[in-house]
Structures are given as C-alpha cells and as structure tokens.
Design a protein around this ligand. Sequence first.
Ligand code: IPE
Ligand code: IPE
Ligand code: MG
Length: 231
Amino acid sequence: MNQSGLHLAIIMDGNGRWAEQRGLPRPAGHRAGARAVRAVVEAAPALGIGTLTLYAFSADNWRRPPREVAALMGLLRRFAIQEAQVLAKADVRLSFIGRRDRLPGPMLEAMAKSEALTATGRSLHLRVAVDYSARDALLHAARHLAQAPAATREGFGALLGSPDVDLLVRTGGDQRLSDFLLWECAYAELMFLPVAWPDFGPADLAACVGDFRARDRRFGGLTAPAPASAR
Ligand code: IPE
Ligand code: IPE
Ligand code: MG
C-alpha cells in the first residue's frame, strides 16, 4: 500500500436522482455510477491518494425495494469480476469492508476472488464498502475491546481496521455522513458537492484534492508559525 498517501473516502450519492432527472429507472443511475468509478481510481495515485474508500452499499440500503437491491448486488458482483484484472494490471489492491454474512453467495465469491487477485497491489488501496455501517463496525470492535483492558485510541483504530480519513467527499448534494467511517472521520476535511456521482470525474477529484491541500488542519492545535527566515 502507498502508506504515505492520503486517505480519501467518497460517499457516492445521487445515482437515483441522476436517473430520475433523465426519465430513466433508478438502476440506470447505478449503472452510470459504476462506470464513473474506473476513471476516478485511475486518477487517484497521481494525486497522492494512497487509500480510496468508496461507499457503495450501506447496511441501511437493504430497506430499498428488492428490485433495486438486486440490481445493486448484480452491479457490485460484475464490478468485482470485471475490474479485478484491470486493477491488478494497474497495481491496485482491491478489498471490501462491511458485513459479509448477509450478501448473496455469488457476490461473496466474486469479492474473495478479486481480493486474492489484487492482493499485492501497491500503487493504491481501493476499498469498497458493501453492507457497511460505521455503528456496526464500532460495536463489533467494542466487543473485542472488552477483552483488552489497556485499550488505546490506536489499538481501537487498529481493531476497526481503517486508517483515519484525511478527506471525505459526498456527491449528490446532501450534507450528512449516513453512518460512514464515523470514528475514522474524527478530523477529516469534509466536502459536500452538488454534482451527482455519475457526473463526477477526474477533474472533480483533482479539484477536491487541491482544495484539501489548501486547508489548514490544526487537529486542535495551532497553525505552525512560518519559519523565522520567511517572516
Ligand atoms: C447512491 O445513490 C448509491 C446507493 C446508495 C446505493 P442513491 O441511490 O442513494 O441516489 P439518490 O440519493 O437516491 O439520488
Ligand atoms: C449513503 O447514501 C450510502 C451510499 C452512498 C452507499 P444514501 O442515499 O443511502 O443515504 P441517505 O439515505 O440519503 O442518508
Ligand atoms: Mg442517496
């Protein structure tokens, strides 16, 4: 993994409205959303991103109509099968976060195969969140913590298994976290964009990273003074 790179997390939202605005069924928006992923992944390493976590299906998305859920599961399975070769060639490691006990068998199989095929990727760690809930992940980690009395923030973070998020981007216009990486976003820079996910491309990604680099992250401290020679 490109350990020194940024951890960018994206809530890929707005697919359904993108489709509805075009008079298309919602799954057409999800298909367009899946197509948008490749260009963003390709552009990420050159922008200094080491880890890219994409929110694809939340634990609460099971509440959607069965047809939409089935369309999403089919797309995720195809993504795992079709992108694994491309990602392996691009030296990208693909892995999935979230629960695995409620997903359809063919989906689980495709996930495991794509993870194995890309396991040695070093240019980028692409993590796709499927059946993911930050609250569930926190509860799960807390249960393990009960057995380790000398708990630290670092230790708890390691139990959660996700690095801290540097930049969180949500497309689609809503300004909320929807149960995504709640612990890991403690000091994340937040960006909420009106653009729907299917219309998000490498230029938008570069603009987000540029905006991020111009921000002053203080982590509760103060901005470091300029060196004396520069004053
Ligand atoms: C994001 O798009 C994809 C998933 C949540 C699976 P939505 O389907 O939520 O699109 P909107 O928010 O309804 O436009
Ligand atoms: C969050 O989007 C989940 C994903 C993008 C996968 P939702 O569309 O499900 O979130 P809410 O319901 O608007 O909060
Ligand atoms: Mg949505």
